[in-house]
Structure formats: C-alpha cells, structure tokens
Design a protein around this ligand. Structure first.
Ligand code: SF4
Length: 503
C-alpha cells in the first residue's frame, strides 16, 4: 500500500513539474485532470489544502493534537491517510509546539517528503520570478532599482527575501470594495471602476509602453494594488491586452475569488501567456477558505495559494497600512508579555509592498515611483514615494516613466569617504583605518574593482548609481554585485553623501 502511494506521489510530482514549466500542458492538465491523476484528484493538492486549513482553523489545530484521525475526517487528505502516525510528521513540522511526536520512528515519510518536493517546485518557480534578469529593462531603471533593492535588503532584513521588487502595479479602479481591517496598503473605499471601452486605446498604448520600458520584466507586473481585481467587471479584457502586448499573464490576488468562481477558473486556464503564474486567494475567514476548497477542484488548487487572513490564522499581519499598530495584530510570540510584544511591534514593521518601480492608476491617470521600506510614520504603507505625477495620454505616460527615474538619478548626491579616516590600497583590496581600528576589504579576484571603488569615492563626483554603472560596466562584476559591495562598505559607516551632483 505504502509503495503504491510512493509511486503515485512520484508520478504526481513529475506531472506538476512539467505543468509549471509548460503553460500549454498546464492548460491541458486543468482541462482533463482525470487523464493524469486517478479520478482527476491530486494527493499533493489534498496535502496543500490541509496545510491551508491547518493554518487558518484553531479548532483543527487543537483537535489534531489529540485525535488526528477524527480531526481530519471530511477533509480531502483523509482519503489518503492510513494512520495518524503516518500523517503526523506533516503537521508536526508546521506546528512543533502543538504536540510532541517521536517521528524518528517514522522512517519512511512519503507524504511529507513529496509535499516538500512539491513546495520546492513552486519555490523554484517563484524564485525564477524574483530573479528575472534586467537585460531588457531601461538602463536607468535598472541602475535605480539595483540600489533600491540593496537599500530594501538593508532596511527590511529577512523580510526583503519575500519581496519580488516587481517593476509596476496597475490599479484599474479607484479604491476597493472589500474593506479589510488589516489592509497593508490602506485601500480607500471603491469610488470608480474602469470601463474597458473607455480606456481601450489608451490601455493598449500603456501596455505597449511598459513592454518597451521593461521587456521581459513585465512578467512580474500585475493589475491591482490598493484595489480588488475582481471589482473590475472588465478585468479579463484588460488582462487580455496585457498578455497580447507583453506575452505574460499578470498574477491575480483576490479576496473575493469565491464569488467569481467561473471568472477565476477561466483565468487559471488562460492559454495565451508564455508562462503560468500562481494566483492567490486571500481568505478572510475559515468558512471562506473552505468554500474556495469546495468551488475549485483539486488540480486547479495546485496552481494557487490560499492565504488565511482570518484573525485566528497562524500567519501574522504586516504591521503596515490599516493594520499598523492595531490591537488586532497577532504576533504569536508565545510567552512574551503584551507590553514586550508592543515594544517589539513598534520596531518590527515589515511591508507587504513588493514594487520597486511604478504604481499606476489608470482611472486617475497617476504614476508614483515607489520602493518598499519598513512602515513608519513617514511611510505608513511600507513604501517610499519618490515621485508622484499625472499623465495626459500615452505619449505623456511613456515620457513620464523615463523622466521620473532620470530625475531621481539626477537628484543623487555624490559619495565621499567620511572625514578623519585613512584609506589606503592593499595588494588585494583596501584598508580603512581610524585612530582606534581598521577595516580591510580584500578579494583576490576583484582587487581591481576594489581599487577602482576607492578611486571613485575619493574623486567625490560619483553618485551611488553612477558608481554601480561604472563598476558593472568595466570591472567584471554584475550591477547586483557592485551594489552589494557598495552596501557592505556603506554599512560600516565610512561613506557619506556630500552634495548634489554637479552642485
Ligand atoms: S487587502 Fe486587498 S482586498 Fe482587502 S481592502 Fe486591501 S486591497 Fe482590498
């Protein structure tokens, strides 16, 4: 029995991996799941559903610790579980504090191992999204973005690892009809919806301009922000033009997917995009999550994520936007007192904003140049706004994209070493010393890059972007490596920005 389970899981993994890499095959799989899975059902999808319910439902979490078999009764996973012992490792890894089980006894953990492999396939796909190359992007945007990513990494720490730094987000409406209390980007009430027929020509021009500016990086762009995509009754028409111009399907995150089942099913099956994406359901209650699990079939759910957003969920909300400093934010800090939690809360303020680029609203004809940062009094929604402009038509839109980034680069101040330190070259790098200590930066392979870094900073005319461009152009390092190097040296407090460039 166990062996056949293992064989079946292996077959499933092969099908899923192929579907993540081949959009046409994925559409075929969704159309005819019974050709690839017995009864058209996936065990791994049942496992995924279980982990989502587990994260959302406090009653399940309590019951499962004492009576695993009866707790999972009625859930799709129950069909594939022979005993509590076989199943225990899966949920134990997700909540070690729920119960203690000696799973060393369970030498063969086929369910958990297969589930981990499935997650690896999904993560590889998502990492591919995160690490897209900037080759086809506008060069100045690339330079600007590299520094913003380095700053974000420095300011957000581990939280930055989840940020994709998408190049743009486009709001099709003004405001959102859902009104979540925790909205991390402080969506306002829905006041205006975009009607496709009114925007068609301009919209196609905007998609085309974005494609010229970002090339393949359009893959990471999406059509919502402080808006609910399904509020737009013409969403699919906007999506269709976007795919026609860029080749990519914009990822959907919806809090009302359970009310638009047919629409989401069609979006999941979209055959014209070059690649698939993972669409997301934001679930505001356990009942809503269960309804999504009922309305969408086992194979459809393999290519989605259900994010439990209910208050009892084991996932904390970002301390940003409407949730900022809210008493409802659960931090899951175990025994830590409320007072200490509040102190931590005031310091831990990650962001859900994931765009380093343009936030565009087509109803108000507005473009903002933004980048993620911790949520603060100055930037409560967890992103900095560097520029905020209006556009009149497509030509103006494209001009503004370039002007906003160019203006930002031109505003940068030149770099200099701080006063009172000595900087001297070493064979393989350089050394910075003060009266009380010294710092050495050495790398045999990149000694010339390190020497050039010193020369440029001492020249006091290079802005961070100019320095990254210069080093990545002639010194055999990528823009990301040059940006990381500058970040490392800056983090020691030995570099300052001295004046407006050219002033
Ligand atoms: S979280 Fe999403 S669905 Fe909820 S109010 Fe904000 S934009 Fe709307």
């Amino acid at each position: 029995m166990k062996e056949s389970l293992i064989v079946r899981l292996e077959k499933e993994l092969a099908v899923i991996e192929k579907a993540f890499n081949d959009n046409k095959f994925r559409a075929e799989l969704l159309e005819r799941p019974e050709t690839y899975f017995p009864e058209g059902k996936s065990i791994l999808s049942a496992l995924k559903m279980f982990t989502e319910i587990f994260a959302a439902d406090p009653q399940l979490r309590t019951r499962i610790a004492t009576d695993t078999v009866s707790a999972i009764e009625g859930l799709p996973i129950a069909e594939y579980v022979n005993s509590a012992a076989e199943f225990a490792p899966l949920w134990q890894e997700r909540a070690d504090n729920v119960a203690q089980i000696d799973f060393e006894r369970h030498i063969n953990r086929p369910l958990l191992d297969a589930y981990n492999q499935y997650n690896t396939i999904r993560l590889n796909y998502l990492d591919g999204t995160k690490n897209d190359s900037y080759e086809q992007c506008n060069n100045n945007y690339r330079l600007w973005c590299e520094v913003e990513k380095a700053r974000s990494k420095f300011e957000l720490g581990v939280h930055d690892s989840k940020v994709v730094h998408a190049p743009f987000a486009i709001e099709l409406n003004q405001g959102c009809s859902v009104g979540c209390w925790f909205c991390g980007v402080s969506a306002e009430k829905l006041t205006e919806k975009s009607i496709y027929d009114r925007f068609e020509k301009e919209w196609k021009g905007i998609c085309s301009a974005l494609n010229r500016y970002f090339g393949d990086n359009c893959r990471k762009g999406f059509l919502y922000w402080a808006t609910e995509p399904m509020d737009s009754t013409d969403y699919e028409k906007f999506q269709s033009d976007f795919i026609a111009e860029t080749g990519y399907i914009p990822q959907v995150t919806t809090a009302v997917g359970h009310k638009h089942v047919d629409r989401i099913k069609r979006i999941l099956r979209e055959p014209n995009a070059k690649l698939a994406t993972i669409h997301r359901f934001s679930c505001l209650s356990v009942a809503q999550l269960k309804r999504v699990h009922r309305e969408f079939n086992s194979v459809e759910l393999l290519f989605t994520e259900c994010i439990p957003q209910n208050k009892e969920s084991i996932f904390s909300k970002a301390n940003a936007g409407k949730a900022r400093n809210s008493e409802f934010i659960a931090y899951k800090l175990g025994d830590v007192s409320e007072e200490v939690q509040r102190k931590i809360m005031s310091k831990v303020s990650p962001s859900i904003a994931c765009v380093s680029g343009f936030l565009i609203n087509i109803t108000t004809k507005n473009i903002k140049l933004i980048s993620p940062c911790p949520a603060t009094n100055e930037w409560p929604n967890g992103y900095r706004i560097y520029a905020d402009v209006s556009y009149t038509d497509v030509i103006d839109f494209e001009t503004k994209l370039k002007d906003m980034v160019n203006a930002r680069l031109a505003q940068e101040k030149a770099l200099s070493f701080i006063d009172g330190i000595n900087v001297s070259n070493l064979d393989n790098g350089f050394c910075i010393s003060s009266l009380y200590g010294e710092l050495k930066f050495e790398h045999h392979q990149h000694r010339d890059t390190l020497h050039e870094l010193v020369r440029c900073i001492q020249q006091e005319t290079f802005s961070p972007h100019q320095l990254i461009e210069h080093l990545s152009g002639d010194y055999n390092v990528t823009a990301q490596q040059a940006s990381d190097l500058l970040q490392v040296v800056s983090s020691k407090g030995v570099i300052e920005h001295i004046r407006e460039r050219g002033a």
